[in-house]
Design a protein around this ligand. Sequence first.
Ligand SMILES: [Zn+2]
Length: 304
Amino acid sequence: MSKVKAEAKPLTAPLPRGAKTGATVTVEPLLGGEVQAPRAYFENRGGRFRVPRMLGIGTPRSQWVWAPVPAFLITHPSAGAVLVDTAFHGSVAAKPAANLGRIVARASRARVEPGRDVPAQLRERGIDAQKLETVVLTHLHFDHTSGISEYPNATFVVAKREWEAATTGDRPQLQGYMTAHFDYLFDYRTVDFDAAGISSYASFGRTFDLFGDGSIRLAFTPGHTPGHCSVIARLSDRDLVIAGDAIYTHAQLDGADPPPAPADMHNWKRSLRDLQQFARTYPHAVIVPGHDADHWPTLKPLYE
Ligand SMILES: [Zn+2]
């Protein structure tokens, strides 16, 4: 039983406006805000102090980090601008509680640099958020959905399993979902990774080819949330993987401690293995983690 007015339709075939097979794209990582948390929120060695450490209890403030909340602008040769995740709404700069709610705003310490929200960064590139046509959501946690209302004319693509988890689950807010962020009569399309049209790509068992030309693929990487996806963008000479929150930090690819509380630790580890295998097979691939304060500054402004 859905708890939202918003409805989603299945996406059973690639979106129109694909290019010829072999098309490549460019990717620009955009800093759409930051969130402050103890390091143990992102990497946690477990044990009896797992929860207090994750909440920052007993952790000196010097060990808290401001982690990036990213969005990504992919430019496709025929479909134009494709946004991956929305990061924080611009209103979070002045009034975090209006968009995030009082509890989340207080617990998560979110910030956006005034005038540097994602729509402003798109405008600098000549792109009108109101007219943007395609948004891919890695998952529906609040730090990825906060800005959805800025793109009223977009087709939003998300895994079916994720849409179900966020719209029918018990007490979505306790699972990190804020239904108010996406409860609009927008064009939501869901990808069923158990259906026909899903194929493997490299180390990923289940992927969906967004435009049917191999340029942008959604890879099913559940665990962080029930229907989490990563996004694989084909650059001219290598792939760039927007891992989303399948890994919070780049070090998790190399065996750093897992996050303290994924929705399903078994699936989290399986998805991690897919990413690790990909990184081993394609050492020149760029793999961007979800919230890594140390790795973010190493990224280039434009990958092509
Ligand atoms: Zn996140």
